[in-house]
Design a protein around this ligand. Structure first.
Ligand code: GUN
Ligand code: ZN
Length: 426
């Protein structure tokens, strides 16, 4: 059985809460694409003399990035100008999603989208889909052929949107059940009610039924992204205590549920999320782009709510998780807070893995997990390469890479032990 011994610096969160920093480490992977050992490179070479050595030099091996919230049908409408959330949905987003009714178009879009994710060093994602069966089937086929770990599914919406995009709860249920049958291994099913304004109470309740029926499925939606959205939910559900309560009474909260955003939440809502182990996904570039508001990471931590990191493309302005981490840091600084390098790296890897429910398989470079990793090494002669030369620690190099770097500084991406992308700049 051929083993690869990758040598380089290593940075990773660990399942036991520690954080691994090593200037020189070995990462041993097997032909199944799993990590079988991590430790001193020379000792590993002595123990496995037959291993094929791949020396990454000054490159930093870190877990592949995990995008915990991204919309596949919005890939080609990102960067659409000048609207806040609800107008942006009507004017740009829904029309872009309607294009996916054409399965051939959706198939080509899935290829472009996943190629680009991998190029950015993202090895797994929670992918918000679209309401059409054919488009989702095409995306799932692509995910499987690339051995990517992912959660995805059809989006449910049965009101307050264009006719072409709406499906009755019965139709969405039927599409979901057909898709669930195609999922296996590390591609898991996502139950995706778009958000309260576009879902009837019947649709939400049936999403809850599906969640209890399929113990491996995850549920994701949007919550408290803008004030106008919160007011609309209040008008639609005057009897509900708050926005979260609408999801709650349909049985949608729990450890297999995550919500993108969570900027505008009351004390009661924080308690409800924490008490049910419901998770949040912070999407800083989307929040800045739409002018939605500033997510309070410390509030989430104080409440005991787990947070992953998402790009939320097409509201997000980059598929690159390094750039998303920069925005994440800046959003906390704007509120007088900060985030350590360990907190930042953890949010984009193990924290997001928890949102996908795959923390046993991905999110850290530890024995038994999938060999999904990036090698961070700035392009020769680049500003970041010059900055690295002045850094005094691994931690400094990683932080500078988040603030000054981007996809071109990810020299290699490995998924399940196979190299899948080399930066086009090399
Ligand atoms: N809320 C409901 N749908 C969407 C969407 O597609 N993007 C964002 N950012 N928020 C939403
Ligand atoms: Zn979103």
């Amino acid at each position: 059985m051929v083993k690869n011994l990758h040598k380089g610096a290593l940075v990773s969160p660990a399942d036991d809460g520690r954080f691994l920093w090593s200037e020189r480490s070995g990462l041993m992977t097997d032909s199944e694409g799993l990590i079988v050992d991590v430790g001193d490179a020379d000792a590993l070479k002595a123990a496995f003399p037959e291993a094929h050595v791949i020396d990454h030099g000054v490159g930093i091996m870190m877990p592949g990035f995990i995008d915990a919230h991204v919309h596949f049908p919005q890939y080609l409408m990102a960067g659409s100008h000048g609207e806040s959330l609800l107008a942006w949905l009507e004017r740009y987003t829904f029309p872009a999603e309607i294009e996916c009714a054409d399965t051939q178009y959706a198939q080509a879009l899935a290829v472009q989208f996943l190629d680009q994710l991998v190029h950015q060093g993202t090895t797994a994602a929670f992918i918000f889909g679209v309401s059409y069966y054919g488009a989702m089937e095409a995306l799932i086929r692509q995910l499987k052929s690339r051995r990517m770990a992912a959660v995805t599914g059809n989006v449910w919406m049965d009101r307050h949107g264009p006719e072409q995009l709406l499906k009755s709860a019965t139709e969405s249920m039927d599409i979901s059940e057909r898709l669930i049958k195609q999922l296996e291994g590390d591609v898991c099913f996502g139950i995706l009610p778009r958000f309260v304004p576009t879902c009837s109470s019947d649709a939400l309740t049936r999403c809850g039924d599906l969640l209890s029926q399929y113990p491996n499925a995850r549920l994701q939606s949007h919550l408290g992204e803008t004030q106008a959205e919160v007011s609309w939910v209040k008008e639609l559900h005057p009897d509900a205590e708050d926005y979260t309560a609408v999801y709650e009474r349909s049985g949608l909260l729990g450890p297999r549920t995550s919500f993108a955003h969570g900027i505008y939440l009351t004390e009661r809502e924080w308690r409800a999320l924490a008490g049910t182990e419901t998770q949040l996904v912070h999407c800083p570039t989307a929040n800045l782009f739409l002018g939605s508001g500033l997510f309070n990471y410390r509030r989430a931590k104080d409440a005991g709510v787990q947070v992953g990191l998402g790009t939320d493309v097409g509201a997000g302005t980059s598929l690159c998780m390094l750039e998303t981490l920069k925005a994440c840091y800046q959003v906390q600084r704007l509120q007088g807070g900060s985030l350590s390098v360990e907190e930042l790296v953890s949010m984009a890897t193990l924290g997001s893995a928890q949102v996908l429910g795959m923390e046993d398989r991905i999110g850290s470079l530890e024995v038994g997990k999938r060999a999904d990793f990036n090698v961070l090494r700035p392009a020769a002669g680049s500003w970041l390469a010059q900055r690295w030369a002045r850094c005094e620690s691994l931690e400094e190099r990683v932080f500078a890479s988040m603030i000054l770097g981007g996809a071109n500084d990810i020299a290699e991406t490995w998924i399940s032990g196979h190299q899948v992308s080399v930066s086009s700049e090399r």
